[in-house]
Design a protein around this ligand. Sequence first.
Ligand code: APR
Length: 403
Amino acid sequence: MTYRNRRPRRAAHATDVVVLGAGPAGLVLGNILLDRGIDCVVLERAERTHVQTRARAGFLAANTVRILTRNGLAGGLHRRGQIHSTCEFRTEDGRFRLDYSGLGPRERHTVYPQQELVTDLLTQFLERGGRIRFGTEAVTVRDADTARPEVAVREADGRPGTWRARYVAGCDGRHGAARRSLPARAVRHHRDHGVTWLGLLAEAPPSLDAVGYAVHERGFAGHMARTSKVTRYYLQCERGTPADTWSEERIWDELELRMRTREYGPLRRGRVVQRSVLDLESDVLEPLRHGALFLVGDAAGLISPSAAKGANLAVLEAEILAHALIDDLTAGDPEGLDAYSARCLTHIWRAQEFSHWMIGLLHGPSGADGESLFHNSLRRSRLASLRTSRTKQDWFAEHYVGV
Ligand code: APR
């Protein structure tokens, strides 16, 4: 009898909490659990270098800084983060600036590139003895409605593996295994905002001492500092535009046109080092809990970058879930877990509502039909009341910098 070279099936791994994904959500969750002695593992499909160098968001709300600080995770951002508290609108009706540190809750943003935050979180997690399996892709979550859910994975060596846990935290983004494993009863609210941005990262110092929002008949343009040497720009473009279509010359000329640099001063040009095309869309999953499986961050809901809320919501939800898991696993108190979904959805929908309002503020249809003209007049009126009404400015500050 010949025996096929049947490599022995690897025994299932076991832990209390399996965290899928090493982004802001997964790493904040993992660090807080580890700090309170909860046995957990983070499964991340990418390699460590990719996780640490991925340039994504970088605009941290005051509450996010508070969360990271009280959990001992803010050393890097306190040392190297830049405080920001002003945004500047440039429109067909002129330019105005809002220093939101004196408005509403009187809070400010901290600009700190996400790849630096993720590197800090990763380093701290590993230094605390945290377990991360890089190159390990979660394939599906099974038996989430039982007390022993399982995560089927493809290990780094390509072989199948299994993780058994008490709970699974889906921090693996909008295309991850957690979303793929949801039962039919899961509801996905989705909106395509009909707007597309060409996202650019330029090796150029910031050109404004503020977040710049330019509203122009040719389309939106945005300016957001990342570091003293790198600036993120956005250019609204036609849907389906390939990222590499525009020459650097055309990119800078268009940015200068839309940001009205003839009136307000030139942009500091530099090499465009990263491009991406982004169709602005949002979605929210309801509920965020399915038995032992919890959705966190982008896995729970995708939000457009118009108000820079994504990473801030991810950190907020991660702390809420961490405390709920700790209460359940150390004190047998399930109340936090039972309330997780409703509590996070309140924050998510509030952020979605403001992000949707921002999209309406910054983008007007270019058509000349009645609907477009009406929408454009609404947009100009919104900007006018933001420019002139202190009540509106307080409301804006509360939602823009709050999470
Ligand atoms: N198995 C394991 N890991 C996975 C899988 C999978 N099947 N699918 C995705 N991942 C990993 C990704 O490689 C990534 O490292 O999950 C992680 C998800 O991280 P993010 O996409 O950053 O999501 P999240 O932590 O929720 O942060 C959300 O941060 O990236 C910013 O602004 C952005 O809104 C976003 C916010």
